[in-house]
Design a protein around this ligand. Structure first.
Ligand SMILES: Cc1cc2nc3c(=O)[nH]c(=O)nc-3n(C[C@H](O)[C@H](O)[C@H](O)COP(=O)(O)O)c2cc1C
Length: 185
């Protein structure tokens, strides 16, 4: 199974970056072919129908192609103001205008690392909406990592054994779900 793994969080010290690296590693260790993307490669302007008329920006096409090449998506996203991260919603809006629409029929596991003890769950519920609206089979369970600024050691490993075990189980369960979705398509 081919997986595109990414976080829309851009800052260099991002805890969502650390989390997606760990999740991608688990997926890879369990037989998935993982494409770990840097969202900087998908840099794009705000959605603008006039720009679209002139041709999709290269960052949009790169994002769409990488989605198209994958069976499933591993996404670790921050919660911004109780909701989906704005740059990710913008990227989803752009790729939704491409025909055939690349998200349709993919599976996804959503993860979030957040400074708050709630762990970004509110943002994940909002992130499900456009993805499911575009035909993505989103894994029913979602992984949230609260107090993420304290959750990793200097090597980027999760400090708490319970967090490690939960992440491993969720990624493994998602791979089964994702394979079933891929076979169904
Ligand atoms: C614009 C903005 C809005 C934020 N809103 C929330 C929020 O609603 N809930 C939350 O848990 N954290 C919120 N945060 C804090 C993020 O959880 C925190 O910055 C986290 O570290 C982001 O992930 P990162 O480490 O991958 O950058 C917000 C941060 C920013 C920059």
């Amino acid at each position: 199974m081919k997986i595109l793994a990414f976080t829309p969080a851009l800052r260099s010290g991002s805890t969502n970056k650390k989390l997606i690296v760990r999740a991608a590693e688990i997926a890879s260790q369990n037989g998935a072919q993982v494409d770990l993307a840097d969202f900087h490669d998908f840099d794009m302007p705000n959605y603008d129908g006039d720009l679209q008329e002139k041709g999709f920006p290269s960052g949009v096409l790169k994002f769409a192609n990488r989605i198209q090449s994958a069976d499933g998506l591993l996404i670790s996203t921050p919660e911004y103001n109780f909701s989906i991260a704005g740059n990710f919603k913008n990227a989803i809006d752009w790729v939704s205008r491409i025909n055939p629409q690349p998200l349709n029929g993919k599976s996804a596991l959503l993860l979030s690392a957040s400074i708050s003890s709630v762990g970004g769950i509110r943002g994940l519920w909002q992130t499900r909406i456009p993805l499911e609206g575009l035909g993505v089979y989103v894994n029913p369970h979602m992984y949230t990592l609260g107090r993420s600024h304290d959750a990793f050691d200097a090597q980027g490993q999760l400090v708490d054994e319970k967090n490690k075990i939960t992440l491993e189980k969720m990624v493994k369960d998602y791979l089964k779900f994702g394979k079933a979705v891929a076979e169904m398509r």
